[in-house]
Structure formats: C-alpha cells, structure tokens
Design a protein around this ligand. Structure first.
Ligand SMILES: [Zn+2]
Length: 454
C-alpha cells in the first residue's frame, strides 16, 4: 500500500452506523446531535458535520434518543413455561417497549437454582434473544455452590420470602443469614420479594374457610402488613450479613417507610416499584378482575401517593415492570385463589411513564434515572444506562408528543391482556437499538437475534 493510501484511509475513517437528526439525551439535557456507532459501541456524539463516514446512516427525523431502559424485574419464562412466554416473545416485547436490557427472574420450570440449571437457561437463550439479558438465580440447597453459580454468571440471587422457591428454607433465619453472607462475599446483590409467608398462609386459610374468593380477599392476604413484616425481617439479616439487598416491587406506604428507615441508617438497601402499583388503585379490580391481579396487589390512593413521594425524595431507586405473563386460562378463573397473579409490563412501562412526563408529574431526567441510569449503577451493569462515548449503543427513540392507545391484542408478549388496555398514551416508542443494531422499527421487530448478555 502506498503512503497516500494510509492517509486516505484515516481521513475517511468509516464506522458501522451513524444516527442523525435527533435530540440526544445527555447529562439531563436534549442535545441536537448525531451518534456514530462502531462494533456496537458509541464512538462519537457530535454535530452531523463532525461525524465520520458510515456504512449505514439513519435519519431519526428530529425525535428524541434516550438510553434504552434496563428492566430489573422480568420473567422471561420459556423452558416448560414457554406457553406463557419464551425468550423470543419476551425479548421482542422488551424491544417494542424500548427496553434494551432485562434481568430474568429464577422462578422457572425448572427453577434456576444451580450452575447447571443456569447454564441450561443461558444456552437456550443464546440466539433467541433480541435484547441483553442478565440472569438471577435462587439460592441452591448446598450454599457452597453459590460461588460456582456466580462464576457461571448472575446479576444476583432472588429470595421469595412468601414461599419456598429454590434451595433454602425462608423461615430459617440462620440459613438466610449464611446465604446472604455468601452473596456478600461474592459481591452480588440479593433481590427480595418481601411478603411474610406466615401471614399469607394464615390469612389465606382463614378466608378460604369462610368461602371468600374475590380480589378483596386477595388484598387482605397480600397486605401491607405482610410486606412490612418481611422487610423488617430481611433488614435484620442485612445487618448481620452486610449484603446489598434490593427490595422488589415495594407497594405500600408501610413497606416504603421501612425501606426509608433502613436507608437512613446507612444500610445497603435499594428498592423498586412497578408502574401498575404507581398508576393504579385497587378499585381497578372492578373493571379488570383477575386480569389486574398481581403480587403485591393494587393498593389504596394513600399508598400510591407514598410511592410518588418516594420517587421524588429518592427513596424509590428504580421502576421495574415485573413483567409476569400467564395464559388467559390461568387468569380467567372464578376464584381468586385459582388465578395466577402477574401481568405483562414490558410494552407498557415506557409509554405510561412518558405520559406522566407529558402530564408534568415526572420529569424526563427523573424518567431516565429510574429506568436506565440507576439500574445500571445499582446492579453494576457496565457501559450501559447512559449515552456517552465508549458505552454500548443501547437506545430508544421516542416521539414524546405522539398520541396513541395501548392495544394489548397487538403485544409481542404472549400475554395479550393488560389493565392498561385501551388507555390513551402520549409518547411512543419508535425505534429501539441494542448494541448498535436496530431491533425494533415502526411497530415491527426487524432482526432475528442480538446475542447480548449483560
Ligand atoms: Zn416478579
């Protein structure tokens, strides 16, 4: 090669993709700029005239580019529960909702609770996922296997305080403390579903004997008292173990206050809330019945306003969907005791929150903090959650003013129902990029798989 050819190459340095004509969310501001992407990563953010040549150039028509959402609470199912959801449909739903990374929960069939079951799940997910997926495991029976599970690759461990899923007995404080200590030693967080198993068991029995089987009975069982009692118990274990505990789907004023107290004591705890607990109240059961049934259940106006306060004062760290799809048959039952709690949420979270931004109840920087920046920080997900040079090119492009309605029948998720079905939204997902690749565009999934593990 001649010397001038070297010079020529350098001058016309070319990257994979350039996105242009967009307002890029950076450091709390929207900046008119373009983004150059190479090998999945952001190489430059600059005015279009200062960006390099690219094989693909995409005009984003002046719309807003936000960091892709990181949803820390998702049940992707698959395996023997593939009739509810599988890796393809679950991650397609994520992409359609502007979610570029998810953390998968372990209450699968088989339960993710060993290095073997985790490997099986990771292997199945390869080439079937459209967004980045991180995995959680439950604790194994033999706690010495925890190191091996961490080595195989988990974001954290999940404990269901309401029932025994996985290898440890949640009624046994000693076992819990040893498991939490092992997690702390491995520097991974413990995700906690905080509901007191005994309160649930006793109250369920009590109501079933008198034949109460409606959503009100369900709310009495899965009560704020059950939540707060469990939060207190777990906090005692945090004190003994020093582990970072992340409380999933805190739903009540009582529960949130307990988390706030722990934070004020300087304990390593964080918490999430769900969009449905933030935006709906228990009166909604009249319209949706078991199709709005979740654990924890919908609460009172008082609880909802406590969650809003928590968002504003920073006690609530993040919003996560708790995307928990079930079949129609599993939801559509006469007795609440036979209905499975859980709703799909991946495709509704961002439109719902953008609508709140348009209603001035949430600012755009707050939205980005609770859905992208903080999840990345809290769970140590490197080079994601923020749009900046050298980070992965995970974006969602939104039309912040576009009116539309949620249509559950058009969900990519197999669960085609939602308590938000038919609701008017302002703010829509137009495109989703994962690791620099356009995955979702104008209502359609446009690639086959993305290969991303976080
Ligand atoms: Zn869940």
């Amino acid at each position: 090669m001649q010397l001038w050819e070297y010079f020529f190459e350098d001058l016309f340095l070319s990257v994979d993709t350039v996105l242009y004509n967009t307002k890029v969310y950076m450091d709390g501001n929207l900046v008119d700029a373009g983004i150059a992407i190479d090998d999945g990563k952001i190489v430059k953010i600059a005015k279009i005239t200062n960006l390099p040549q690219a094989s693909t150039r995409i005009n984003l028509n002046g719309h807003i580019t936000l960091p892709g959402l990181i949803d820390s609470h998702v049940h992707l199912r698959d395996q023997e529960l593939a009739y509810k959801e599988d890796f393809i449909t679950g991650t397609a739903a994520a992409a359609a909702g502007g979610v570029t990374s998810v953390i998968d929960m372990p209450n699968n069939k088989p339960v993710t609770m060993s290095s073997f079951s985790l490997k099986e799940r990771i292997k199945l997910a390869e080439k079937r996922i459209l967004v980045n997926v991180g995995f959680n495991s439950t604790f194994p029976k033999k706690l010495e296997e925890i190191d091996e599970i961490v080595e195989t690759g988990v974001i954290g461990f999940k404990v269901y305080m309401s029932n025994n899923i996985g290898g440890i007995d949640v009624d046994n404080d000693e076992q819990l403390t040893s498991a939490f200590k092992k997690a702390a030693k491995n520097r991974v967080p413990v995700f906690v579903h905080a509901e007191d198993r005994k309160i649930i068991e006793e109250r369920t029995k009590e109501l079933q004997t008198v034949g109460q089987n409606d959503t009100e009975a369900f709310s009495f069982v899965h009560s704020p008292e059950a939540e707060v009692k469990s939060v207190h118990r777990v906090i005692r274990v945090v004190k003994k173990s020093g582990v970072h505990v992340h409380f999933c789907h805190i739903s009540s004023k009582l529960g949130l206050n307990a988390v706030l107290n722990a934070k004020q004591e300087g304990l390593p705890v964080t918490c999430e809330i769900t969009p449905h607990n933030l935006l709906l109240i228990s009166e909604q059961y009249r319209f949706h019945g078991n199709f709005a049934l979740t654990v924890p259940p919908l609460r009172t106006k008082n609880d909802v306003s406590a969650l809003w306060d928590g968002l504003r004062n920073g006690c609530v760290d993040i919003v996560a969907s708790d995307h928990a799809p079930h079949s129609l048959k599993e939801k559509n039952t006469n007795s609440v005791w036979n209905a499975l709690p859980g709703i799909p949420g991946l495709e509704t979270t961002l439109p719902l929150l953008l609508t709140e931004v348009n209603e001035n109840r949430l600012s755009l920087p707050e939205l980005v903090q609770i859905t992208s920046e903080r999840p990345a920080k809290i769970f140590g997900i490197k080079n994601r959650g923020v749009i900046k040079q050298n980070n992965w090119a995970d974006f969602v492009v939104v039309d912040i003013k576009l009116d539309h309605k949620i249509d559950a029948s058009a969900f990519f998720s197999k669960a085609k129902y939602s308590p938000f079905d038919g609701k008017s939204m302002k703010g829509k997902v137009l495109q989703t990029f994962v690791n620099g690749r356009l995955v979702f565009d104008s209502g359609d999934i446009v690639i086959i798989h993305n290969n991303g593990n976080i």
